[in-house]
Design a protein around this ligand. Structure first.
Ligand code: ADP
Length: 445
């Protein structure tokens, strides 16, 4: 492909250059030939004038030709292929130079060609006719020499330009080779491959930078996917191991009814946990917010619904739930927003202390709808705080609820909030409680 780009570049370049050189050579040669012909015509005119001055017609009808001394020899030798002929009005030759061909007839006044001779025919004194002619051989030879010189110089220029063009095309296309080699390595599985950047900031380097960034993102996405798979398998392994152990234990030998009941109960817990993790994973990887599922959602109403939903759980922990604030509207997916907020509220109940409270507040601040979930629970250690939104992250396990969270609740909350264009942050003080602040773009109206 590259070779063909280079070949095509060079082909076009050479064609254009050849046309230019040939055009230039043709123009120069033509102008040179025309100028030499003008010189020939000028010398023929001068010769004809000298001859005309030498002619004296007399009364008897004959003509005398008296050249000034020496002129005849200097003008009309055949050395440069010049000749002349003079006719009387009857067309009879009055005089001619030594080498003038006998076959030449009287010509109409003007210029023209006889064989390879340029001639000038004029009227002389006493209706005589004068013809002077000169061979164009010397002119043609001069034009040929010029043509050969230009062709030689043009050929050398073409060769040098071709070599220069090849060199330039190779240099220009070298980064493209590097880019395609790196892309091929990347496709081949080498996620570390990057295009070398020389720092020239050329268009190709800008392309290389953009591609390197894309490669970085591909590597990050691939790592995230690997991590996700590894985390998910790791989390599923514990309940699966429990299930396996319980089944093995039950099948090893006959057990009492009580023993079977205990084993089935443990297996059932393990299955619940598997279902919980699988459900959470599915929510995390399910495609983001689709346009058609968006609707106007009143977060204040949503908070009341969540409170109603979680009251049994709160009652079982002797935790009081409250909703405060005003109606605030966002555009979004009510189902996914319910998932996200109930995860936060569920945590606020489960990591609370008996007689504690959980307060949800919904308010609008400028263009944002803000939901805060405040609890009076155990709080989160400063070291854990930066990680609580990560998948499968669980802070201090000794305080983690008995049922054992999967560490997916807040990761889901963050994913959903971010796909709605919002943010979720947490402020917490150990022993005093936590506050989660969810900020979403308010619906425009
Ligand atoms: P989990 O299923 O373990 O609750 P989450 O992703 O919902 O997972 O929460 C991650 C961790 O953050 C929890 O294990 C818990 O330690 C901590 N956490 C979350 N919410 C609270 C809260 N309101 N109070 C104290 N700790 C919390």
């Amino acid at each position: 492909m590259l070779e063909s780009i280079r070949a095509r570049l060079l082909l076009w370049y050479s064609v254009v250059l050849t046309v230019l050189i040939v055009g230039y050579a043709a123009a120069v040669t033509y102008l040179y030939a025309a100028s030499l012909l003008r010189d020939v015509d000028a010398s023929l005119t001068a010769t004809a004038t000298v001859i005309a001055q030498a002619i004296t017609p007399d009364i008897s009808g004959s003509y005398d030709l008296n050249f000034p001394p020496g002129v005849r020899n200097s003008l009309f030798t055949d050395r440069d292929g010049t000749y002349y002929i003079v006719w009387n009005p009857r067309g009879e030759v009055i005089d001619r130079s030594e080498f003038a061909p006998g076959s030449v007839a009287v010509q109409e006044p003007g210029t023209g060609m006889i064989d390879r001779y340029r001639y000038l025919a004029t009227a002389g004194p006493g209706d005589s006719r004068i013809l002077t002619a000169r061979s164009l051989e010397p002119r043609d030879a001069a034009v040929r020499s010029l043509g050969i010189a230009i062709a030689g110089a043009g050929g050398v220029t073409l060769l040098l330009s071709f070599a220069g063009g090849w060199f330039l095309a190779s240099r220009t296309l070298a980064p493209v080779s590097r880019i395609s080699a790196t892309a091929a390595a990347m496709v081949g599985g080498d996620l570390e491959a990057r295009i070398p950047i020389a720092g020239t900031d050329s268009e190709l380097e800008q392309l290389a930078r953009a591609l390197n960034e894309a490669f970085d993102r591909m590597r990050a996405a691939s790592r995230a996917q690997q991590q996700f798979t590894a985390d998910a398998s790791h989390e599923l392994r514990t309940p699966l191991a429990t299930l396996r152990a319980e089944l093995d234990w039950a099948m090893k030998r006959p057990r009492t009814l009580i023993e079977y009941q205990g084993s089935v109960e443990k297996a059932s817990h393990a299955v619940n946990r598997l279902t919980h993790i699988a459900g959470g994973l599915l929510t995390l990887v399910s495609p983001g917010l689709e346009h058609k599922t968006r609707q106007d959602v009143n977060l204040h109403d949503l908070a009341n619904e969540i409170v109603a939903l979680l009251t049994p759980l709160a009652d079982s922990r002797a935790v009081k739930l409250a909703v405060e604030g005003d109606p605030v509207w966002v555009r979004g997916d009510a189902g996914r927003l319910t998932d996200a907020l109930s995860n936060v509220v569920k945590n606020a109940i489960e990591y609370n202390r008996p007689q504690g409270t959980v307060t949800m507040t919904t308010r609008q601040y400028g263009a944002h709808a803000v939901v805060t979930v405040r609890d009076t629970g155990v709080g989160i250690a400063a070291a854990d705080l930066p990680h609580i939104f990560e998948r499968f992250y669980r802070a201090d396990r000794s305080r983690t609820r008995a049922a054992g969270g999967a560490g997916l609740g807040l990761a889901i909350a963050r994913t959903v909030v971010e796909e709605h264009g919002g943010t979720i942050v947490c402020a917490s003080e150990e022993g005093a409680g936590s506050e989660f602040i969810i900020r979403l773009p308010a619906a425009g109206g």
